[in-house]
Design a protein around this ligand. Structure first.
Ligand SMILES: *[C@@H]1O[C@H](CO)[C@@H](O)[C@H](O)[C@H]1NC(C)=O
Ligand SMILES: *[C@@H]1O[C@H](CO)[C@@H](O)[C@H](O)[C@H]1NC(C)=O
Length: 211
């Protein structure tokens, strides 16, 4: 084939691809730090799938620690969501800050690292070691986690989760293209790569073949 025809073909192909831009698969994941189904899902399903199919995925993450909160009612009838035990929610604060500060690839790497770390229980150690290993700015992340920004993100996580419909009854709670059913949840939690491939309406990436 001569070069002229080849470049004309490539241009046509590029144009066609842009004209038919296929929507990415939108995934919304609600999770807690101390939740073995969440740590498994993030490190064994979500992150490995992202590494292969990141270009067709649009991921939003949302975290809150329902094991450590109180609803304090003020004299004027308003109420505040507060952290019950700050030590217990350090991992959540660190991850909420990273989710805000870093792009999704770095964020998923950090989550996966913390969730599989031998220091998982001592949350700040896991956060520090994983941040350093991944070349993230630990000083900045820690400053966020220990300060008002981290607490604001924590409350935001709570509010976003309370607004989810149908109501969250399980973690990780996975929403695929705005939909949540028991069947979708089960597939997304245990066969995530397959559901991403099945849901994507564009030409199947090579990694989707032979699933
Ligand atoms: C917090 O407590 C107030 C007052 O009892 C109640 O109206 C509100 O629904 C509670 N909020 C949550 C999120 O549980
Ligand atoms: C807070 O949580 C930490 C870590 O789980 C625990 O060691 C500590 O006893 C808790 N503090 C209170 C006051 O419950």
């Amino acid at each position: 084939m001569n070069m002229y025809i080849l470049s004309a073909l490539i241009l046509t192909l590029a144009y066609t691809l842009r004209a038919n831009e296929v929507p990415k698969v939108n995934i919304n994941v609600n999770f807690e730090y101390f939740c073995s189904d969440c740590t498994k899902y993030v490190s064994e399903q979500l992150y490995p799938t992202y590494q292969k199919l990141g270009s067709i995925l649009d991921i939003q993450l949302n975290t809150f620690a329902f094991y450590s909160w109180t609803n304090k009612t003020n004299p004027d009838g308003t109420y505040d969501i507060t952290i019950k035990n700050l030590t217990e929610v350090q991992g959540t604060l660190i991850q909420a800050c990273v989710m805000e500060m870093e792009p999704i690839d770095k964020t998923l790497a950090l989550l996966s690292c913390m969730f599989t770390s031998p220091d998982y229980q001592t949350q700040v150690n896991a956060g520090k070691q994983c941040s350093e290993k991944l070349g993230l700015n630990w000083a900045q992340i820690n400053e966020c986690a220990q300060g008002p920004l981290g607490r604001g993100l924590y409350i935001q996580g709570f509010e976003r989760m309370m607004a989810v419909k149908p109501k969250i009854t399980w973690f990780p709670w996975i929403i695929v293209n705005g939909q949540h059913t028991d069947e979708l949840q089960d597939k997304a939690e245990h066969h995530f790569m397959k559901i991403v491939c099945d849901t994507y309406t564009g030409p199947k990436p090579d990694d989707c073949k032979n699933l």
